[in-house]
Design a protein around this ligand. Sequence first.
Ligand SMILES: Cc1cc2nc3c(=O)[nH]c(=O)nc-3n(C[C@H](O)[C@H](O)[C@H](O)COP(=O)(O)OP(=O)(O)OC[C@H]3O[C@@H](n4cnc5c(N)ncnc54)[C@H](O)[C@@H]3O)c2cc1C
Length: 363
Amino acid sequence: MIDGLEAFFESRHRGVAEELTRFAQTQMNAFASAHDDAEARAQTPEAVRLMGRAGWLQPQDSRTLCLFREAVAAVSPLADAVFAIQGLASVPLRLSGYDGPWLERASRGEAVGGFAMTEPEAGSDVANIQTLARPDGDRWRLSGRKWLISNAGLADFYVVFARFEGAEGSRGIGGFLVEKEAVHFVGPQVLSAPHPLGQLEFRDSPARLLDKEGFKLGMRTLDTMRVSVAAAACGMAGRALNEAILHAKTRRQFGQSLSEFQLIQAKLAQMALALESSRLLTYRAAWQRDQGQQRNTREVAMAKAQATEQAQFVIDQAMQILGGKGMLADSPVEHLYRAVRALRIYEGTTEVQYLIIAKGLLS
Ligand SMILES: Cc1cc2nc3c(=O)[nH]c(=O)nc-3n(C[C@H](O)[C@H](O)[C@H](O)COP(=O)(O)OP(=O)(O)OC[C@H]3O[C@@H](n4cnc5c(N)ncnc54)[C@H](O)[C@@H]3O)c2cc1C
């Protein structure tokens, strides 16, 4: 994973990358293909437990976070998503100085977390969140609905974003911790690539305030995790490229192997270009964050937009090279084809990344 990108790494990262490749191939391959929502839900706590036991849920530098997601996404998009959500739930606890038991339990893989920001009427427009928070002694009570929430119905705790009663705009949003007993699980929202997603309802649910500046807390969390979405996209694209190369070398048509046709060679070259340029942007952004440049929102946006869009292209081309076989339900490329789609949408759509990049250009 590091070859050709040495400028962005320290020597210790090579050992980390090798260890991660081993971990992904020996322990995460059990989660390579959940067939439906129920199976994905059953596998999630076990994947969290294995990651926690191996120490991967402890705080990591940005490059290690990316190496983890690249290695694991290549083997299991579900396990990759599980890791990402555990990060989205743990980072705000850490950033807000939370001192309760959930952070430690989540880091050891003993508790599953959730990050509940999106609502039916507030997706990209996070500042429009309507879930209400009202004070109740030294605690808070939340009322409202969240949807498209990963680990909904599974998580032991959720970091929830809600609006203080009577407050407006992004400054009126707080970040809260809500334990699972206080949340009503409305039901799953089923995706074509199994991933435990669903709706939650808060009915005067007791909550603990983590940060009065919840909007900033959410954005800082996304700033930390977003670059790793790009890395996950690289992992999926890299796997698809490998599958395509293997197939092109072994499949014969018209008396030749596919790899001898120049049209196939051009596809492979374009796929490699797309992947390598994505990896350069991804590890540049991760390296910048590790150098203390925490406000590299523009570079992170570039990495996410490029890597996720290009991964979709690479996987689509891989499927084309595999022909009909690539579309069969047990084909890894078919699974990647469905799984990669969400990466262009969650943690800020591609259009939102373009807005961030353009804002920088025009300011
Ligand atoms: C697999 C998956 C897992 C998810 N997990 C979570 C989770 O754990 N927690 C959570 O809180 N959310 C989660 N989400 C929700 C995700 O963050 C939202 O789907 C995303 O932010 C987009 O919001 P939306 O779906 O409401 O789309 P919308 O915001 O309605 O956008 C629809 C389209 O309009 C475009 N658009 C919107 N605004 C603009 C604009 N100003 N200019 C140009 N185009 C614009 C968008 O780019 C998009 O193409 C998840 C989503 C998916 C698919």
